[in-house]
Design a protein around this ligand. Structure first.
Ligand code: MD3
Ligand code: FE
Length: 227
């Protein structure tokens, strides 16, 4: 009897290949780098656990009195927060009253490398928002405009369950396109794309081998120091 061959991955058994381009320009200044963070995804998830042991995930209050469904934390010199008094960046975590945890050097380097690959040199983020989505969590269409400086790009890293990202225009009234963001994908938003409306559809339930029933998103930004 001949030994049976080793089992193949389902994709290989079917003879399928992912032929999608690894780099896609969504609109001028908006570049999707598929799988860019894949080689370091387990380290990124491990670091999220360590950082959020120091500044735990929490759902924040909106100025209107509602509560965001996305759970958030931050690392780096500044962190994005919202409460009844508005949206802003703060040097300390309002829950722990301590400075936000340091941004891991590997995170800063990944963000700068991704920005460079998309054509933006010298990106040096001083804020990283860590978002956690659980099934049914969504983020309504919005602009990121609390940074006081729009000359640098924003870099976002998707980990865990896939989600449908909504990419709108410079006006809220422009109907958004839907784009699938998967584990390891990195998006860079600079130039004209920096102030586009965007959001995500409710997270579909599922189980990701590395994150379970969750999606994480890291958003790296440069925030102008307040005068
Ligand atoms: C386009 N987060 O935290 S990441 C946010 O998946 C946010 O957690 C979403 O929007 C998420 O503010 C989307 C992609 C993203 C982030 C910032 C952008 C797209 C952007 C800023 C300008 C334009
Ligand atoms: Fe945003």
């Amino acid at each position: 009897m001949r030994p049976s061959p080793p089992p193949l991955l389902p994709q290989m058994e079917l003879g399928l290949t992912d032929t999608r381009p690894s780099r896609v320009t969504l609109s001028p200044g908006a570049v999707l780098l598929r799988g860019f963070a894949l080689p370091e995804s387990t380290e990124l998830l491990d670091a999220i656990l360590h950082l959020t042991a120091l500044s735990p995930f929490r759902t924040m209050q909106t100025p209107g009195g509602g509560r965001m469904s996305v759970a958030m934390s931050n690392c780096g010199p500044l962190g994005w927060v919202t409460d009844r008094s508005g949206y802003r960046y703060t040097p300390t975590d309002p829950e722990t009253l301590a400075a936000w945890p340091d941004m891991p050097p590997a995170w800063h380097a990944l963000a700068a490398r991704a920005a460079k690959a998309a054509g933006f040199d010298n990106f040096s983020p001083n804020a990283c928002l860590i978002n956690r989505y659980e099934p049914h969590t969504r983020m309504a269409l919005h602009q990121d405009k609390d940074e006081g400086d729009f000359s640098q790009p924003i870099v976002s890293v998707s980990l865990g369950l896939p989600i449908a990202f909504l990419w709108g225009g410079l006006k809220r009234s422009t109907a958004p396109h839907s784009i699938l963001l998967e584990h390891g994908d990195v998006l860079v938003w600079g130039g004209k794309a920096r102030l586009h409306y965007h959001g995500v559809k409710p997270l579909a339930d599922g189980i990701h081998p590395l994150t379970g029933r969750a999606r994480f998103n890291l958003t790296f930004r440069f925030v102008a120091p307040r005068s």
